[in-house]
Design a protein around this ligand. Structure first.
Ligand code: SF4
Length: 379
């Protein structure tokens, strides 16, 4: 079998089904990644969302013993929102990051990989493959880098020459020895814009990320947000784009190749107050198709409360008081109490004092104390 010819056919078929870029990589051990992952683990920089052991994440043949190559794919996503609704006083809005716009990309990329797999199956007897998108053991970025999709930026994203870093990545391990591609010969050079603009200092030298400090990660946690990050998160409901937005390699990049990725303005910049009373069913119906809903409504609601505090949105006090008194989830009650204090109205402080009498959860009581502490700043 002429694998070079088959490779060309796969690339051409990929284009036909809307894959923006395809690259081929060997299944050699990812040795550099292995050392980085060990360092991440030792430094306590892991997000906790990682799948598999370090060995499984860096040795493709552990995942598929017959593995001979990896096909990496990239789909470019849009970055500009037409008719973006304004967040104004009395009607504040939150923000979903660009990677969460449109329909959940995991499904879209999986669908493309399946189609590609079926195509090769028809050409090669005994073809086997293992597709992965984001949540698999392999590092999409390490594979994409090796397969020549793009270079790894200091912002920890893969930066393609064609689409910048605004690409979704996926891959499939295959049992065919496709000839590998060469990595992209480019890099960040002396630029440090992403590192300089990261509000929490999450980007460590040499393209390493402390996930525990990364706002994109913090928006997805379910507990109380540590105090030091509450100012920094602003009105962000899910994910964070600053390290991509400031990147000069992303200048002017805005691709609308895939109708499924088109953002719905009311979904990607939703009103904050209505989010607080949303039932599970409403949340699922409205946001369930978006990648940003994968952790459920609680982190989004917690972030919405922090967003209202960030804006010091006095008109939201009534709803925040209701949430502080009625919501069954301590994280939501406590964050609401803190937010009421942060907004700092006389009535708000009185409401916190009243709620404290009835509150029994120690963590919520701590947040109430924090809320009341804003009084001393505002007397
Ligand atoms: Fe690299 Fe500069 Fe882009 Fe950061 S902002 S990824 S340093 S080019």
């Amino acid at each position: 079998m002429a694998y070079e010819t088959l490779k060309e056919e796969v690339i051409n078929y990929g284009k036909q089904i809307g894959i923006d870029k395809i690259g081929f990589a060997s299944v050699d051990e990812f040795t550099e990644l292995k050392s980085r992952l060990k360092l991440q683990q030792e430094s306590g920089f892991k997000s906790g969302f990682e799948k598999g052991t370090i060995e499984e994440r860096t040795e493709p043949t552990r995942l598929m013993p017959e593995a001979q190559s990896i096909i990496a794919i990239a789909l470019a996503y849009p970055t500009k929102l037409k008719d973006a609704p304004k967040s104004v006083k009395g009607d504040r809005r939150g923000n979903f990051c660009r990677a969460s716009w449109g329909k959940d990309y995991h499904h879209l990329l999986r669908d493309k990989l399946e189609k590609l797999g079926e195509f090769i199956k028809h050409k090669v007897n005994g073809f086997t493959y293992k597709p992965m998108v984001d949540t698999g053991e392999l590092s999409d970025r390490a594979v994409a880098e090796r397969a020549g999709i793009g270079f790894s930026g200091k912002n920890c994203a893969i930066i393609t020459p064609e689409f910048g870093s605004y690409v979704y990545l996926g891959e499939m391990i295959t049992n065919i020895p496709f000839p590998p591609d060469s990595p992209v010969d480019d890099g960040c050079g002396e630029c440090t814009k992403c590192i300089d603009s990261c509000p929490t200092g999450a980007l460590v030298e040499g393209g390493r990320l402390n996930a525990q400090k990364c706002i994109a990660f913090l928006t997805q946690t379910k507990g109380f947000l540590p105090d030091e990050y509450r100012e920094k998160i602003g009105n962000q409901l899910y994910g964070f784009d600053t390290c991509q937005v400031v990147c000069p390699k992303n200048k002017g990049k805005d691709f609308h190749h895939h109708p499924e990725m088109e953002p719905e303005p009311e979904l990607v910049k939703p009103r904050l107050v209505p989010l607080l009373s949303m039932s599970n069913r409403e949340f699922k119906e409205k946001f369930g198709d978006m990648a940003g809903s994968w952790r459920g409504k609680k982190p989004i609601q917690r972030n919405a409360i922090i967003g209202l505090a960030h804006y010091k949105e006095v008109s939201a006090i009534g709803e925040l008081v209701r949430v502080m008194n009625e919501d069954p989830r301590p994280v939501i009650r406590g964050t609401a109490a803190w937010a009421i204090g942060k907004i700092s109205t006389k009535d708000g402080f009185e409401e916190i004092k009243k709620a404290m009498v009835k509150e029994s959860d120690p963590e919520v009581l701590v947040e109430m104390e924090k809320g009341l502490a804003f009084q001393s700043i505002h007397v």
